[in-house]
Design a protein around this ligand. Structure first.
Ligand code: BGC
Length: 228
């Protein structure tokens, strides 16, 4: 039973084949996210990625927006045409295999958490992904990204990739620590995991209950969508 794990990001579309236990079978493949990232443009590259990976039995997809039952509701960093697009059904009919889709931060979180207590996940990439779990159970589609953080800007406006490029790593790190402090006071999690491509810029000393996790979990977490 091979699972094709796909991670749709604002800058890259990634794919990795997983075995039954969720271990990688081969190397991660990546194609740049098309601009504009319409469903049509992204779907044709996903099909190309799938073909390049060869044989698989099912597909897991992490999507950077609100997802319910395989249908997309928001895609702030991709394109407005994603609204109400049935990604699971469309991709499944293109590749001829069952497809499950979840929010990218939720999926990454599934790969990162221990399953004990209240656990939060933040992904730092193009956007600011957030996921929340209690005793291993997900509260799906927690969207703190677009919630007001400071100076009338949202978490994503203050800490997304565009902000990092604009303000530089030092200020971004200071802001990140402020965000951690603020979210810790609101959500009172036991543990926070930081993932996503931009964790490589973290230079601050993190609180004791905060752990940096591998960005590969955005793909490896895909196996968890089939644990039911
Ligand atoms: C989206 C989230 C997503 C995050 C990380 C945000 O802009 O609203 O759904 O998880 O970016 O990709």
């Amino acid at each position: 039973m091979k699972t094709l794990a796909i991670d749709i990001g604002g800058s890259g579309l990634k794919a990795l084949l997983l075995d039954e236990q969720g271990n990688p079978l081969g190397d991660r493949d990546r194609i740049k996210t098309p601009k504009p990232a319409t469903p049509k443009a992204v779907m044709s590259l996903l099909i190309e990625l799938a073909q390049r990976q060869g044989d698989f039995d099912r597909v897991s997809v992490g999507f950077p927006g609100i997802v319910r039952k395989g249908i997309i509701y928001t895609a702030v960093n991709l394109h407005p045409d994603w609204r109400e697009y049935d990604l699971a059904t469309q991709l499944s009919s293109s590749v001829g295999k069952p497809v499950r889709v979840a929010n990218d931060a939720d999926l990454q979180g599934m790969g990162a958490i221990s399953g004990e207590g209240v656990e939060m996940v933040i992904t730092l990439g193009t956007g600011f992904g957030t996921a929340l779990f209690t005793e291993g159970h997900l509260v799906p589609n927690i969207e703190l990204a677009h919630h007001r953080f400071r100076k009338s800007e949202t978490y994503e406006e203050q800490l997304g990739r565009a902000a990092l490029k604009k303000i530089g790593s030092k200020t971004w790190n200071t802001r990140l620590l402020k965000a951690i402090e603020s979210l810790s006071r609101v959500l009172n999690y036991d543990r926070l995991y930081l993932g996503g491509g931009e964790v490589k810029h973290i230079e601050i000393e993190l609180p004791e209950n905060v752990t940096i996790v591998s960005n590969m979990l955005g793909l490896l977490g895909g196996i968890k969508l089939w644990k039911d």
